[in-house]
Structures are given as C-alpha cells and as structure tokens.
Design a protein around this ligand. Sequence first.
Ligand code: DOR
Length: 302
Amino acid sequence: RSELAVELGDLELANPVMPASGCFGPELAELTPVDTLGAVVTKTVFAQSRPGNRTHRITEVPGGMLNSVGIPSRGTTVFRDSGLGGYAGLGAPVVISIGGLSAQEYWQVVDELGACEHAAVEVNVSCPNLEHGGATLDTDLDAMTHVVSGVVARSTKPVLVKLSPQLHGMAAAARAAQDAGATAVTVCNSFPAMAVNANSRASELGNGTGGLSGPSVKPLALRLVWTAAQAVDIPVVGCGGIGSADDVAEFLIAGATAVQVGTATFAQPDVMPRIIGELPALTERLGAERIADLIGTLTIRS
Ligand code: DOR
C-alpha cells in the first residue's frame, strides 16, 4: 500500500487528488496524465439534455472566479455512448457526478449509467446556478435525504454527496447525508456570489448571480471541512481554493480524506500532477509515514 493511498469507504484511491466536477474537460485530459490522478470526476450529468445558462457564464474576480454555467448536459444516453463524456479509459477511477431537477431525475441517471464502468457517484445537491432561483437542494434536508437514500438504494458503488457552503447548516447537512447512506461528503460547492459592473450597472454574469471559487474561498472551505469532519464518521472530501501541495496538507489536517482541485486547473492545466508529485516530500517533511496519517490531526494553537 503506497504512502499516498487514501480510502473513501471501500474505494481505495492511489492518492487523494481529483478534479472538482466540471473542471476536467477533453482539453485538460490531453494535457494531463490522467492515470496519475486519484480519481477523475465528471461534469454533472442530468437524465435529460439541457442547454445551461445564458452567457456570460464565467468572470474573473480578485482571488478567484465566478461561474454560472447552469450545468449544460447532453443527457445520459449521449454521455454513456461517448464513453462517459470522454472520461472512461483514461486510467483513473471515474466518479460520475449526477444531477436532477427532481428526485426521479437523479434516480434515472443512476439507473441508466449503473452498468457503465465507474468507481463511485457524486450526488450534486448544491449547484448554486439552477433555474429555481439559487436555492440548493441541501437547504431542505428532507428533500436531500429523499434523493440521496434513493441513489444509495439504486447504486452498487460508493456514493459521495457534494454539499453547499452553508456554515450554520453544514453539520446538519453532513449528518443527514451520512444517515441517508452516503459513503462520503464533498465540502463544498462554489459560494453564492455576484459581480457588478458599475459602468453598465449590470451584473457581470448573464444569470445575475453565480458561484465563487478559487483562493479567496480557501479559508471558508477549510472551516466547513473542519466542521463537517467533526459532525460525521464518514470521510470528507475537501474542495475550495486548493492550488498547491501545502493546500492539500491543510485540508487533510483539517479533516479531509481527499481533495478536489477546481479553479486552479483553469490557469494551470498541469496543477494536479504537479501537486501529486510533491506529496511524498511533503508527507515526509510533515513527519508522517503515510499521507493518510495527516487526516484530522489538527490541534488548536496553544
Ligand atoms: O459552481 C458550480 N457551477 N457548481 C455546480 O454545481 C454546477 C456548476 C454550473 O454548471 O453552474
């Protein structure tokens, strides 16, 4: 067992680094030796084809970016017939991110993709950019529980649940996901936000609002990971502003078992293999034999 291996339930990953959903397209696959990644996470798939939101969909802001892509999807049939949107056969375990506008749609995605070769599913209950005005499914714990327990019942693979960055709701949401049978929770999706152009007096994004990600959210995400890790017994996958091996160590120490890299991949397509290459030396520098020994070792400064 290698010094970088981590476990999400029964799923053993060769290392803790994977892309955040939506941040790994065909272009990146060409630039990245995908088989070096702990896993690869697909863009969220809906059962039905959908166009996503109006342009402009992405804008840069100090310390990160805002997106309101709105989860365009070609639907499960095209996704399956295209080799999981191009993610299959790249040499990394595939995590299929699934979405829906109803519980039935989430379950339909699981039913229709269940026979495809994949390592896990990640249930996206936290997109800030969908039609229903920005409220995310996991702000209604009964609704989230209904969706997740149905996914768990239909899936033969580990089920991750990707949660919203709600500070005061995080412990309860993570516990609800655990009680619904989740294997792990991913903390967290992008932060509801907006950017205003004073000259045009218009929002920068065509949807008005969007989700903030990148270095500016890292301290917030660390806090949420720490809160979630204390609330549940299942693994936490950390996500939010990670762009270096030191960032990975911080998230593991705060309680994450694995991490997702999103915004950093846009400016640096090779950021994940670079981070993974630095992890053995980092593990040693921090006095650990295996990287998993860092998980949840945070102490409060005295
Ligand atoms: O920030 C996000 N953008 N999170 C999601 O879950 C979906 C995505 C989009 O397509 O809008």
